[in-house]
Design a binder for this molecule. Structure first.
Ligand code: GRF
Length: 202
């Protein structure tokens, strides 16, 4: 069974979607630990309710990536960033090459990169006037939101949308896309050729 660590900073609704998919039998993996860089993150409560081990790492600490590497190495096969706001750097990227994934609430390469997080992403999409936004699950590499794309889902943007209404509509899709992406790993369906990631369907 695939063992995963889920890293969060806030509400943890994506963590909840993972747990719900496991409960319903759609996703076959085990959440070994939840790591947060904010002690007040509500996602920690969600984990504790399930008796999942939780860890808090200090986001102002230079060695946060090192700390996370020590918690996860040899314990999990996949690290899932689900609304985790700190940037992972250094050895962890190498040690977990193609085994760290992130969910981003836009169609990468639009509205991503430094400073693009939370509602800011949706503000940028609405003010740009795009007709479609969406969400992306991608590998984490040395850059910010720059790793190879695993899967994406489009979401229409309507004339009357505000950043908040778009955010809500995208989040509904995130909750389906992230468990689906994790399942690709659980079922060993991911193959990569450079930036191109293929999902092998029988
Ligand atoms: C999501 O929109 C995710 O894409 C982004 O941060 C948000 C986290 O939401 N990276 P939640 O904590 O899972 O509710």
């Amino acid at each position: 069974m695939l063992k995963i660590a889920v890293l969060i900073s806030g509400n943890g609704s994506n963590l909840q979607a993972i747990l719900d998919s496991i409960d319903s039998g759609i996703l076959k993996c085990s959440v070994e630990m939840v790591i947060s860089d904010r002690k007040e993150a509500y996602g920690l409560e969600r984990a504790k309710q399930r008796n999942i081990k939780t860890y808090i790492v200090n986001r102002s600490e230079k060695n946060i990536s090192r700390e996370i590497l020590e918690l996860t190495l040899g314990k999990v096969q996949l690290i899932v960033l689900a609304g985790f706001l700190s940037i992972l750097k250094g050895e962890i990227i190498e040690k977990f090459r193609n085994r760290i994934i992130n969910i981003h609430p836009s169609l990468i390469p639009a509205f991503c990169g430094k400073g693009m997080y939370g509602v800011k992403v949706h503000e940028a999409a609405v003010s740009y006037g795009v007709k479609y936004s969406g969400c992306t699950v991608h590998f984490v590499d040395e850059g910010t939101d720059s790793g190879a794309i695993i899967c994406q889902k489009t979401v229409p943007v309507y004339n009357e949308d505000t950043a908040e209404t778009l955010q809500k509509r995208v989040l509904v899709e995130e909750h389906k896309l992230l468990p689906k992406a994790i399942n690709y790993f659980a079922e060993d369906k991911i193959r990569s050729e450079g930036r191109k990631v293929f999902v092998i369907e029988e």
